[in-house]
Design a protein around this ligand. Structure first.
Ligand code: APR
Length: 238
């Protein structure tokens, strides 16, 4: 397997998707037995779904909290945490995942562009920040309310909503000389466009995953393999 060389002047931006947590036992979205095979996006992950039936939404995310609590970081999460330890502020991680496996592996310089399972925020745009919430709810009556009176909802970016931290993400992509994408099908925007932004910034771009993503042709380098097997030996620091 070819190594990816990282020189002293390189800055690395990493984007991860559901595939990096697959070897931790968490299902991806678009696999035949994935999360979207058992649930319709329109029922559990849109503002309209929340309006129509907030319990159905909380039931789905409560089940994902329960699954996430049982999962452990795998060697792919650990390899990225180790790379951050070596590169310091020349490393930045953006994940589409809402699990906390990157943090639990030791990553610190990261953003969750699609939100976090372990938090909740007010359904009204009342300006209060998200709060820690690890509860596995059994009914809507258990779900709390914000001081403003709004019901608390999962801190998840629903389809149709704007991803979080986009300004910071764009700035980090523009600075990076190497953009590495791991375990994402390249079917959800704006994340699927990051490789194009990276190319415009003149960066090398690499993808790691067992299948070629939809946007594979945009990468300068595609490594076909499981993240937990490929990432631990992938980087050669100069
Ligand atoms: N290592 C690396 N990649 C893997 C592995 C593995 N062990 N197993 C599967 N994959 C890859 C699949 O080949 C696929 O390309 O992970 C990708 C998962 O794709 P999706 O299920 O589409 O997940 P993702 O791209 O993260 O979805 C993006 O869509 O539904 C929304 O908000 C949700 O953040 C999510 C977004």
């Amino acid at each position: 397997m070819n190594k990816i060389s990282i020189a002293a002047e390189d800055r690395v931006f990493v984007l991860t998707g559901a595939g990096i947590s697959a070897e931790s036992g968490l299902p991806t979205f678009r696999a035949e037995d994935g999360l979207w095979a058992g649930h319709r996006v329109e029922d559990v992950c849109t503002p309209e779904a929340w309006e129509r039936n907030p319990w159905r939404v909380w039931e789905f995310y409560s089940a994902r909290r329960a699954a996430g609590a049982k999962a452990e970081p795998n060697p792919a999460h650990t390899a990225l945490a180790e790379l951050e330890r070596q590169l310091g502020d020349r490393f930045f991680l953006c994940t589409q995942n809402v699990d906390d496996l990157h943090e639990r592996a030791g990553s610190r310089r990261l953003v969750h562009m699609h939100g976090e399972l372990s938090k909740a925020h007010c359904e009204r745009e009342c300006g209060r920040p998200p709060v820690e919430d690890h509860a596995i709810y059994r009914s809507l009556a258990e779900v709390g309310r914000c001081p403003c009176g709004g019901r608390m909802r999962p801190h998840i970016v629903f389809f149709g909503e704007i991803p979080l931290e986009m300004e910071r993400i764009q700035a980090e992509i523009a600075k990076a000389t190497l953009t590495l994408v791991v375990g994402t099908s390249g079917s959800v925007y704006p994340a699927a466009n990051f490789v194009h932004w990276a190319r415009l910034a003149g960066a090398r771009t690499a993808y790691v995953g067992p299948e070629r993503p939809l946007n594979a042709s945009a990468f300068t380098h595609v490594v076909v393999g499981k993240a937990g097997e490929v990432l631990p030996g992938l980087f050669q620091l100069g």
